[in-house]
Write a protein that binds this ligand. Structure first.
Ligand SMILES: *Cc1c(COP(=O)(O)O)cnc(C)c1O
Length: 473
């Protein structure tokens, strides 16, 4: 190694020196482990730079880079974002926000011991499965209920209990992929079942099911087509008719409701999605659904069904691997109580967002626009009619009228979208027709303040750029 290179490398500070640097130590958001991690990365990059012939960066430059890196390292990886997309159940953005009642229950049990698996009346070991089951039965009329990690797990368990090693009859119109590579045929395979497809993509009749049943058939399965819809010349078999057939043939009938919901949303302009209670009343032997889609609770899979089937689910070896934790059960209990109390529509953020009257959306849109017009030229901002979406695979293709704040900034909507996404907390909007649109329907309390701060910093960035200060957005 040549002496000049060695000298230039030695000009770099040591990690210890950076750890004790006053400017880094005084930053409360930079814990020691993050400064150390940041320092190692920045010094390693500086060494490569010097080896390629570059000059050693100044101490000031290095300290600045270490601070930026340490802040990045110390920031939580899972953090709040503002959902301004208008998609209410947004799987990428954490699906349903919890209600205050659900959060309160989590806070109550998370930091203490609890009777999760302890029978207080008898003073001995109890079962976690009893905790939400009673509320679920009360709300849906089901004989028995069980909660697992998510709906994918619920389907896996149900198929394992009802049909392992045997045949499951499913309509070709319902062999869907939900997203995230959850494909019904693959799940069937994973559960050790054989798939017997019936009907065609667009039409399946009761006779198709009847003809497909053989000595090895264990189950008739119905699946909510989720985020997919066949339109035009279509036909499918309604749950009650499939139940009749199952009874005649002595076969259990199961439905994966997907999102599932406990509140009839038809009076709020969202018809066509059966409630869990309606599915139970239709006579299905087993129904599965998610906890964090339309129900508006924590991530969970809910099984509702006949006593002996749920009992078999509880003792199946898979049950242990997909069981729910105390925080999920606490949040679910808090959520379900709102339904029993009749306050679900007000308490549960996803339901409040879906059923918000047009008038209140308009008021929020106008107020947000007014705050933004105080910050940026009025020509950037307008109110426009648009559509919100339910998301989560429920009410596929159904659009809900809304009013959005559309921003057309200099520099382009794409650039502003990227800026808002990198803001802390991030603001996630949607691009349409050269505008960045922000839908008030999915905004939660305090979100408007975050949007205002993000848009303000975008404008400041543009001004700095125009002034030639070189600040990049
Ligand atoms: C969403 C969905 C699932 C998966 O539910 P998770 O709770 O995300 O595991 C399964 N089936 C259908 C029809 C769905 O819509």
């Amino acid at each position: 190694m040549d002496g000049g290179l060695n000298r230039r490398l030695r000009a770099l500070p040591a990690v210890g020196e950076l750890l004790n640097h006053a400017e880094l130590q005084s930053s409360p958001a930079c814990p020691r482990w993050a400064i150390a991690g940041g320092a190692r990365e920045v010094l390693s990059e500086a060494r490569s730079w010097i080896r390629k012939g570059g000059d050693p960066p100044s101490l000031e430059t290095i300290v600045g880079r270490v601070r930026d890196r340490a802040l990045e390292l110390a920031a939580p990886r899972l953090a709040r974002v503002v959902n301004a997309t208008g998609v209410v159940i947004h799987t990428n953005l954490g699906r349903a926000p919890l209600s205050p009642a659900a959060i309160a229950r989590v806070v109550e049990v998370a930091g203490t011991y609890s009777n999760l698996e302890y029978d207080l009346a008898r003073g001995r070991r109890g079962s976690r499965h009893g905790i939400a089951a009673d509320l679920l039965c009360r709300l849906t009329g089901a004989e028995a209920a069980m909660v697992v990690n998510n709906n994918a797990a619920a389907v896996l368990l149900a198929l394992g209990v009802l049909a392992t090693g045997r045949e499951v009859v499913v309509s070709r119109g319902e062999l869907v992929e939900i997203g995230g590579s959850f494909r019904i045929p693959d799940i069937l395979l994973q559960s050790g079942c054989r798939l017997k497809e019936v009907g065609t993509t667009n039409r399946t009749r009761l006779e198709d099911y009847a003809r497909a049943v053989g000595p090895d058939t264990a189950l008739l399965l119905k699946v909510h087509p989720s985020n997919f819809r066949v339109v035009g010349f279509t036909e499918s078999v309604a749950a009650p008719n499939l139940v009749d057939l199952g009874r005649k043939l002595g076969l259990p009938v199961m439905e994966d409701l997907g999102s599932g919901c406990f509140l009839d949303l038809a009076p709020h302009g969202l018809p066509g999605e059966p409630t869990a209670a309606q599915s139970v009343a239709a006579g299905l032997d087993l129904v599965t659904m998610s906890g964090d889609k339309l129900l508006g609770g924590p991530q969970a899979g809910i099984l509702l069904g006949r006593k002996e089937i749920i009992a078999a689910c509880r003792t199946h070896p898979l049950a242990r691997a997909i069981r729910v934790d105390k925080m999920c059960l606490a949040a679910l209990e808090g959520t379900l109580r709102s339904y029993l109390d009749g306050s679900a529509r007000d308490d549960i953020p996803a339901l409040a967002a879906l059923t918000a009257p047009m008038g209140s959306i308009d008021v929020r849109a106008r107020a947000l626009k007014a705050r933004l017009v105080d910050l940026v030229p009025g020509t950037w901002v307008s109110l426009e009619r648009d559509q919100s979406r339910v998301g989560g695979g429920a009410f596929p293709a159904r659009e809900i009228p809304t009013t959005v704040v559309a921003i057309r900034p200099p520099g382009g909507a794409g650039r502003m979208e990227a800026h808002l996404r990198r803001h802390r907390p991030p603001v996630i909007g949607r691009q349409r027709d050269g505008a960045l649109v922000l839908d008030p329907r999915t905004l939660l309390e305090g979100d408007e303040d975050i949007i205002v701060s993000a848009v303000k910093s975008y404008r400041t960035g543009l001004e700095d750029e125009e002034a030639g200060s070189g600040s990049s957005l």
